[in-house]
Design a protein around this ligand. Structure first.
Ligand SMILES: Cc1cc2nc3c(=O)[nH]c(=O)nc-3n(C[C@H](O)[C@H](O)[C@H](O)COP(=O)(O)O)c2cc1C
Length: 427
């Protein structure tokens, strides 16, 4: 069982979202303010819908922390849904008694869209498959959980992972790399990280951002939606996180699954990604310059995106997520009715975002950080933050040292600094 894991709960218009995080070492300073920054970043971005004006997400820490420091016990975070006030009857947990059922039916009869069962399934959403799988005749039961509102809980958990990784000198950021076919030009990416973070699309290239905004406006004008690409970059990772020895210990595989798990992501790339398939090997592989004076290994380029053989190689980790256009369209596509099975002119519509690339990037950061935290804890273990820190420090010192020159016929173990090394190896 993984030492570090998390599970979320909560419906989009239910009372609250929750997340339990297990395996965070004791001794990590943690406050609700630490979690606030990323939750606010997830809510922003040009192209978001009206829901973001209702919600002011804040995670409450209700377990696992005492006097601002983690206890090593499971951490429980709650993120309240302010919109719940408008959905109390529709989303109530208690069974509907006759009076409540009659009230709901009357509301639906008056044309209250919240109260009416949803049966016109939306193309591109989980509606049809979810309803059939769980035997629902009201798609509300699917869309409430399939909704990306759940990603607020992931981002809250990601804030815990950020606080942990920060203590180890590991730093994660993301930006919008593309919207609707308009890509940033790295040479024109003149904004600092702070400036990009404060910009409407969290984009480092101001010219490209203006053209991206025009694409979102075009989508909005047509009652349509539009996708794009976000890029997550991580600095400060040691060489050697993850392993090539088993498929499920490869860090690239775990990160791809984590980013792919974000509702709306349809592809994941590392470094040059699919572009590698169009070039000769000589124009792809990162030449290894050698060990620098500080013991750090240097590559000439970072086309691999910081991972080779499923293992970090000491270069920054670069992960991109492909974000499809939102599937709820203001001008709905034709679809079919779940009950009659007949085609209908318009799929269901309810308040929706138009484009969410910057927000998806923040969720991407969270999923990357949570995955990295798991791999760091698996590798360096430790019940306390100090144990992890000491393990990482020892490891960094070891890989910064030159191994003994190998002896033909010996096993090939470095044995640096051990008795065996002093006695000439294990031959
Ligand atoms: C931050 C964020 C906000 C989203 N907002 C909406 C939305 O307002 N309307 C919508 O239909 N889908 C939205 N989505 C996407 C859906 O949740 C997603 O497309 C759906 O669950 C189906 O999953 P899939 O796209 O992975 O197949 C959003 C996704 C993210 C990451």
């Amino acid at each position: 069982m993984a030492a570090f894991r998390f599970l979320t709960a909560g419906e989009s218009h239910g009372q609250t979202l929750g997340v339990t995080i297990e395996g965070v070492p004791a001794g990590l300073p943690l406050t609700e303010d630490d979690l606030q920054v990323d939750l606010a970043r997830r809510q922003r971005g040009y192209g978001r819908g009206a829901r973001q004006q209702i919600e002011h997400d804040r995670a409450r820490i209700v377990a696992g922390v005492r006097h601002g420091v983690t206890l090593g016990s499971p951490i429980l975070l709650l993120v309240a849904n302010r919109d719940w006030e408008n959905w109390t009857r529709v989303m109530q947990v208690e069974p509907l008694d006759d009076a409540a059922a009659a009230e709901l039916a009357a509301l639906a009869g008056e044309g209250n869209k919240r109260a009416a069962p949803v049966t016109r399934v939306r193309p591109g959403h989980a509606d049809l498959a979810g309803a059939l799988k769980y035997d629902f005749n009201d798609v509300r039961n699917v869309l409430e959980r399939a909704s990306a509102r759940e990603t607020a809980a992931r981002v809250a958990a990601g804030g815990v992972a950020r606080a942990f990784l920060r203590e180890l000198g590991i730093d994660t950021w993301s930006f919008t790399a593309e919207v609707g076919g308009v890509a940033i030009d790295p040479a024109a990416a003149t904004r600092s990280r702070e400036e990009a973070d404060a910009s409407p699309l969290r984009c480092p290239d101001p010219g490209a951002e203006a053209r991206m905004i025009a694409r979102i406006d075009e989508a909005r004008g047509n009652g349509d939606t539009i996708g794009g690409v976000f890029e997550v970059v991580v600095h400060g990772l040691p060489i050697g996180l993850g392993s090539y020895v088993h498929w499920d210990r490869r860090l690239d595989a775990a990160l791809a699954a984590a980013v792919m798990s974000i509702n709306i992501v349809k592809g994941v790339e590392f470094g040059l990604g699919f572009e590698q398939t169009r070039r000769f090997g000589s124009a792809v592989h990162d030449v290894i310059e050698g060990r620098g004076e500080d013991g750090r290994w240097v590559h000439r380029t970072n086309n691999a995106g910081g991972l080779t053989g499923g293992v970090t190689n000491g270069e920054p980790l670069v992960v991109r997520g492909a974000v499809k256009p939102i599937s709820t369209l203001a001008r709905p596509l034709p679809s079919a009715d779940l009950i009659s099975g007949e085609s209908v002119e318009k799929a269901h519509y309810e308040r929706s975002d138009i484009s969410v690339v910057p927000a998806a990037g923040v969720v991407g950061e969270a999923m990357v950080m949570l995955t990295l935290a798991r791999f760091v804890i698996d590798k360096f273990g430790g019940d306390t933050l100090d144990d992890v820190r000491a393990g990482l420090q020892r490891y960094r010192e070891r890989i910064a040292r030159a191994p003994e020159a190998p002896v033909p016929g010996a096993s090939g173990h470095g044995l640096v600094g051990t008795d065996e090394a002093a006695s000439g190896g294990d031959d």
